[in-house]
Design a protein around this ligand. Structure first.
Ligand SMILES: *Cc1c(COP(=O)(O)O)cnc(C)c1O
Length: 395
């Protein structure tokens, strides 16, 4: 439903478009939360059990991370003052870059203010007119947008389908080729076939770029991400992008790779050059969170246990799961309105699960996107399964 809006004669056309969106069950609106991120969120005077955050490791409100943020704010203030290339590149930013390079086993890393901006900036810095960009059709919106604005020939291949990619590469008459994929797909939770993609990229002399927003911190040894799970290094995947607002529980993003890549981005990536640097305190908070990511293997083990418990229970209930072994566990519904109704039912039961609809996911594949956190307990998963059972979603 469109909320009551004060009439604006100049914008009548927009208002009627809003009603069309609402009629299709695609209206988006926000809920105001009153507390910090955690497994319970206070909304409308209620406490909802949270199954929709990307704070997979439960670090967003970790006391060490908060303390690092506070003491850095005392020392460095709040705002960074300018872009990195003017006078906004502080010691905490620089140290975090060095630590992220080491963490990912790469020569260098470069911080960006958000993942969206990193993806736009990197793709446009590497390729342009006369080149080709090849993307999995379920890539994150920021990767698709990056490909579109780069000016390169833009080609989507079927989801995780290496032969579909190969067919596109064979036909392409372009100078440079950039193959771009999510490591873990954000709305499906499945992994890209990175070993095969790296092989194909090698055969065709193309560059492979992986966005590991949902793998870093969560997958691989010490949370080193999807590439580490596949045993792939900088030679196989020259461009790695990661975000810090998900598994790391803070904010921002980075790109890691060779010195030539990073120096090129500093010269050419417009979303790096023309934007204010992250607050240094955010960088310090991320350094604290990186230490926890590496040291606390129990968080990843706990996630695996919760995910197994959920998948087992959900398949017993006859729910339609997807081929996902990550912390993202979608329940496929199909129709947008049904997904919204199911999400509303769960809220009534005290659970917060997001309904994901087109255009975020393909038409007819609306779903509940359930995400787990290392801070969840077995009882919480039981509660979720009970509520899903009552929601009448059996396939
Ligand atoms: C969240 C996300 C981004 C965007 O990162 P932000 O830092 O939130 O802008 C990019 N890629 C993927 C796969 C994501 O899930």
């Amino acid at each position: 439903m469109v909320p009551a809006i004060k009439p604006d004669p100049g914008f009548q056309e927009l208002e009627s478009r809003l009603h069309i969106i609402a009629d299709r069950g695609l209206y988006r609106s926000r809920r105001v939360t009153e507390n910090g991120q955690g497994i319970f969120l206070e909304v409308d005077g209620r406490r909802l059990l949270n199954f929709c955050s990307n704070d997979y490791l439960g670090l967003a409100s970790h006391p060490d991370v908060i303390r690092a943020f506070q003491s850095a704010a005392e020392r460095y203030g709040v705002g960074s003052g300018s872009a990195h290339l003017i006078c906004g590149h502080s010691r905490p930013h620089h140290q975090l870059e060095e630590e992220l390079a080491e963490f990912t086993g790469r020569d260098r890393a470069l911080l960006f203010s958000t993942g969206y901006m990193a993806n736009l900036g990197v793709i446009s810095a590497l390729i342009g007119k006369g080149d080709g960009v090849f993307e999995d059709r379920l890539n994150h919106a920021s990767l698709l947008d990056g490909g579109l604005i780069s000016g390169a020939r833009f080609k989507r291949y079927r989801h995780t389908d290496v032969s579909s990619l190969k067919a596109g590469l064979k036909k392409a008459a372009v100078k440079r080729m950039l193959i771009v994929t999510d490591g873990v797909f954000s709305m499906d939770g499945d992994f890209a076939p990175l070993d095969q993609l790296a092989k194909v990229a090698g055969e065709f002399g193309g560059w492979l770029m992986v966005d590991d927003a949902h793998g870093l911190g969560v997958a691989g040894k010490n949370g080193r991400g999807t590439l580490s799970q596949f045993g792939l290094g900088q030679e196989d995947v020259p461009v790695l992008m990661g975000t810090l607002g998900k598994g790391f529980g803070t904010f921002g993003a980075f790109v890691a790779g060779s010195g030539a890549l990073i120096e090129t981005l500093i010269q050419k990536a417009r979303t790096y050059i023309y934007t204010t640097a992250l607050p240094p305190a955010v960088a310090e908070a991320t350094r604290a969170s990186l230490k926890l990511v590496i040291a606390e293997e129990w968080r990843r083990e706990k996630l695996r246990t919760l995910v197994n418990q959920f998948r087992q229970g959900a398949s017993q209930l006859g729910l339609e799961l997807m081929e996902s072994h990550s912390a993202i566990q979608p329940v496929l519904i199909g129709e947008s309105r049904k997904a919204v109704d199911a999400s509303a039912f769960l809220v009534k039961e005290g659970l917060w699960v997001g309904a994901i609809r087109p255009p975020t996911v393909p038409e007819g594949s609306a779903r509940l996107r359930i995400t787990f956190s290392a801070e969840h307990r077995t009882e919480h998963v039981d509660r979720l399964l009970n509520a899903l059972d009552q929601a009448g979603l059996r396939k």
